[in-house]
Design a protein around this ligand. Structure first.
Ligand code: C5P
Length: 403
């Protein structure tokens, strides 16, 4: 199952307590979840676990000092850059000493400098002996650190390295990861929202072996489905014939073939969704009389009478009570003019325009170049980007209008 930590940039701060040996497992779990991990150690932490172990597991050199002293050209470890790089910071174990410096703002090592520069969420997992844990100064620091917005991963009860038994044992690596995953999931902007997406081409049967179709790959719609699910939405993906795989626990995929099947599936669920995105390349026409048997090669010419398919997007746009509606327009000429007309006709909240004339846009390719037109005719233009990045831009434009 995909973790919300996948693709996240994580700073893992390790301080000098015996529980530091357990951070090797934290690194493993983060890497397994698909996160990029940069380990920062306090000088004291290096006595408890080796930088070599953590750099090998994290696949990144471990940083401990303001400068790289082993390097004869001595380079500066830029704490501001590192602080801004991260999506989240974890300090585990967090010793009483480091916590008191986090509380007061004392910066006598690289880890604390990064902590003070970081603008991302900071989680910390205290680890210490039971009397240290109970000490009023430690309890005061917990309250203060919480008031600064840091998130404490509570220590557990149990056997301590001193031989004593009580509260102060660092949470187990699995518990730390679960705590963070749960916290991230609970804060995702689209949590609790339901989204419908149409994607891919439609195939309109001529006879049992032939169809009218188009070159749509379904990649753009699949990328949007993944992105909305990553933002916490429950996604209903109605997909025409496409080889693209979509694996996400929050994406429910329904495969259809024809425009009529897509129409039926969309209208089956439309009243239950908050957002509907129509990225499918729906065939405008279908054979009026699909033939039951394979058509034989007889005459020199063959005419197939076509009839218009229902316009799925327009049918939803015309509803009284409708979800936030996003349409797509793929144009080859007079792009803006056609896009404005389409937005009005289909009553979209957002219209995503891609022009076949733009390099790196359109069917089959992994990139796209889009322009978004909103209900008030505001225009946002975007650069050519991978479809996964385009999906983020589209999700952002939706989120900022519906929340
Ligand atoms: O009119 P045109 O096909 O250019 O409009 C494109 C937009 O309308 C896309 O969002 C597409 O998914 C949607 N559409 C639809 N049903 C159709 C034709 C297009 O939902 N039959």
């Amino acid at each position: 199952m995909r973790s919300v930590l996948s693709g996240k940039k994580v700073l893992l701060g390790v301080t000098g307590g015996i529980a530091a040996y357990k951070t090797t497992y934290i690194v493993r779990l983060l890497v397994k979840a698909g996160a990029s991990v940069q380990v920062i150690m306090t000088p004291a932490a290096r006595d408890f676990v080796t930088p070599l172990t953590l750099s090998t597991l994290s696949k990144n050199p471990v940083l401990s000092h303001f400068t790289n002293q082993e390097d004869e050209n001595d380079t500066w470890n830029n704490h501001v850059e590192l602080g801004l790089w991260a999506d989240l910071m974890i300090i585990a174990p967090a010793t009483a000493n480091t916590m008191s410096k986090m509380e007061s703002g004392a910066i006598d090592n690289l880890l604390l400098a990064i902590y003070c520069s970081a603008t991302c969420p900071v989680y910390y997992a205290p680890a210490m002996d039971l009397d240290m844990y109970k000490h009023p100064s430690t309890q005061h620091n917990f309250d203060q650190l919480t008031s600064y917005g840091n998130l404490m991963i509570p220590a557990g009860d149990g056997e301590l390295a001193s031989g004593l038994s009580g509260k102060g044992r660092m949470a187990e690596p699995e518990e730390i990861i679960q705590f963070i995953e749960k916290d991230i999931s609970s804060k995702l902007p689209l949590r609790g929202k339901k989204c419908l997406i149409t994607a891919g081409p439609t195939y309109e049967a001529i006879d049992p072996v032939r169809f009218i179709g188009n070159h749509s790959s379904g990649k753009m719609g699949a990328a949007i489905a993944m992105e909305l699910a990553n933002q916490g939405a429950q996604v209903h993906l109605v997909m025409g014939p496409s080889a693209v795989l979509v694996h996400h626990p929050l994406v429910h995929r329904v495969d259809i073939r024809s425009a009529q099947e897509m129409y039926d599936e969309v209208h089956r669920v439309i009243q239950t969704v908050d957002v509907a995105i129509f990225s499918a390349a729906v065939a405008d026409y279908r054979p009026l009389h699909p033939v039951g048997q394979k058509i034989k090669k007889k005459s020199d010419t063959l005419s197939i009478e076509l009839v218009k398919n229902p316009d799925i997007l327009a049918s939803v746009g015309a509803m009284d009570k409708k979800p936030f509606l996003v349409g797509f327009a793929l144009e080859t000429e007079n792009e803006m003019q056609h896009a404005f007309a389409k937005a009005e006709k289909k009553q979209t909240d957002l219209l995503v325009l891609n022009s076949m004339r733009d390099k790196g846009a359109g069917f089959g390719v992994d990139t796209n170049k889009i322009t978004i037109i909103d209900k008030d005719k505001n225009i946002s233009r975007f650069d050519t980007k991978p479809k996964t990045e385009v999906a983020k831009d589209i999700a952002y434009e939706i989120i900022k209008r519906i929340l």
